[in-house]
Design a protein around this ligand. Structure first.
Ligand SMILES: *[C@@H]1O[C@H](CO)[C@@H](O)[C@H](O)[C@H]1NC(C)=O
Ligand SMILES: *[C@@H]1O[C@H](CO)[C@@H](O)[C@H](O)[C@H]1NC(C)=O
Ligand SMILES: *[C@@H]1O[C@H](CO)[C@@H](O)[C@H](O)[C@H]1NC(C)=O
Length: 299
């Protein structure tokens, strides 16, 4: 087919428009940092070697094998991949350095009980007044803190701010590797977005969903892990000014926790860290509601 010059011009415009509007589904990949000659990216587990962070289609099933390699499968998206065991990733295991949790409510489940489901609405806070390359991660999540399974694993739907709001499901760090699903956008301050983690038989599913019902999920093989601790948290990186935090509240609400004996639990949250910088405060309003405030003076 021959394209005349006016059609060409028109196609060019369409191309420019789509480049301008395209948002990266994996925003951390746009900001690769070279440290010691190695590519690193920002994750909810700190700066990680880029080769240990895997961007996978929504709905991907993550399965560890005994030999340390990990199988990723997603029939619907026609995606399959084997992530080779990597001693480099194992050695750098990011779960050993979770230092950036600023505000947090946490609860240890009763002994010999593990999680079946934890869900919450996240009230999206105001957009920070300044953008100085800061990363904000708001999430509910769970960990196997009882030593079950091959290693500590974190499952979390993460509402993120990096030059804009987006929502992704994350899992870290089987064999030192982290996995994340594509970002969901169309998130604006004061929306209620939905996050859940659910353990069913041998699988754990992490769902991140905006108010339009657009969602992004991961499913991870349980590999014998009992999820025994839950939390609702704000984690930050590269804050350089208080105005890099939102002003006012972010709230986790209508939180429902179901235990593996099918009983609905009433969590006894504890504020792990107390007050934080920039008038930071975690308020446990009731067992189903936790608010995190910054930049506002509370009574
Ligand atoms: C928690 O359960 C209540 C009662 O079933 C329901 O109305 C609410 O939507 C649930 N919360 C979430 C986040 O789905
Ligand atoms: C994990 O939970 C199962 C079933 O509740 C239990 O049999 C097993 O002992 C637990 N594992 C550990 C390491 O606590
Ligand atoms: C922090 O932000 C305030 C308000 O935008 C601004 O006046 C101030 O100069 C900033 N300080 C620094 C150190 O960036």
């Amino acid at each position: 087919m021959k394209i005349n010059s006016s059609q060409n011009w028109f196609l060019g415009l369409i191309l420019i428009a789509s480049v301008i509007t395209a948002q990266s589904l994996y925003p951390h990949d746009d900001e690769v940092k070279i440290i010691g000659g190695e590519e690193h990216v920002q994750t909810p587990y700190g700066l990680m070697l880029r080769e240990c962070v895997h961007n996978v289609p929504s709905g991907t099933y993550i399965q560890e094998s005994e030999d340390g390699s990990i199988f990723l499968t997603n029939d619907e998206k026609n995606f399959a991949k084997r992530v080779q065991k990597s001693e480099k990733c194992q050695k750098a295991d990011a779960t050993r350095k979770l230092e950036q949790w600023i505000d947090n409510g946490g609860w240890d489940l009763p002994a010999k009980i593990s999680l079946s489901k934890f869900e919450a609405f996240y009230y999206v806070p105001n957009t920070p007044r300044t953008t100085n390359d800061q990363w904000l991660y708001y999430f509910i999540g769970s960990q196997n803190n009882d030593g079950s399974g091959p290693s500590v694993s974190i499952i979390q739907p993460v509402l993120s701010y990096y030059k804009g709001w987006y929502f992704q499901s994350w899992n870290c760090c089987p064999d030192g590797q982290a996995f994340n699903s594509p970002s969901i956008f169309n998130i604006t301050p004061h929306d209620e977005v939905y996050g859940s983690v659910e353990v069913k038989d041998s699988q754990v599913t992490i769902v991140s969903q905006n108010k339009l019902g657009e969602q992004s999920s991961l499913t991870v093989d349980r590999s014998g892990r009992n999820f025994t601790w839950i939390d609702a948290t704000l984690e930050t990186y590269s804050i350089s000014n208080c105005t890099d935090y939102p002003k006012g509240r972010m709230t986790y609400s209508q939180m429902n926790v179901t235990l593996n004996n099918e009983i609905a639990a009433i969590p006894q949250w504890t504020d792990t860290f107390g007050p934080s910088e920039c008038l930071g405060k975690t308020i446990i309003q009731d067992p189903q509601t936790i608010s995190i405030y910054h930049n506002i003076l509370l009574e």
